[in-house]
Design a protein around this ligand. Sequence first.
Ligand SMILES: [Zn+2]
Ligand SMILES: [Zn+2]
Length: 101
Amino acid sequence: MTDPYREETPDGWSDRVAQTWEVEDVTDGLRLFGDCPTCRHPSETRVVVIRTAPGARPGLDLTRPEPVLVVCECAEEHEGRPAGRTGCGRAAYLELVTDQP
Ligand SMILES: [Zn+2]
Ligand SMILES: [Zn+2]
């Protein structure tokens, strides 16, 4: 039995993702992956990190956390899902803070 498709941000969804998902460096950015807190299916989100040349964008504050939209994109079926979509519909913005100086 699976959760019906619903586009929403449940309470604590983003906290759970922040605590349980892993972050991996890939060539063009970051890959966030883990189990969706709602449907518990494995999901992943790719974040393209724009690396600017020094001085190319004056005023761009790279030390600020970037809000990243994380959407459940599991491969399982969810009842009531519109055609062409994946996942269970749950999504949230996460503040992405990189460890690198
Ligand atoms: Zn799912
Ligand atoms: Zn899900």
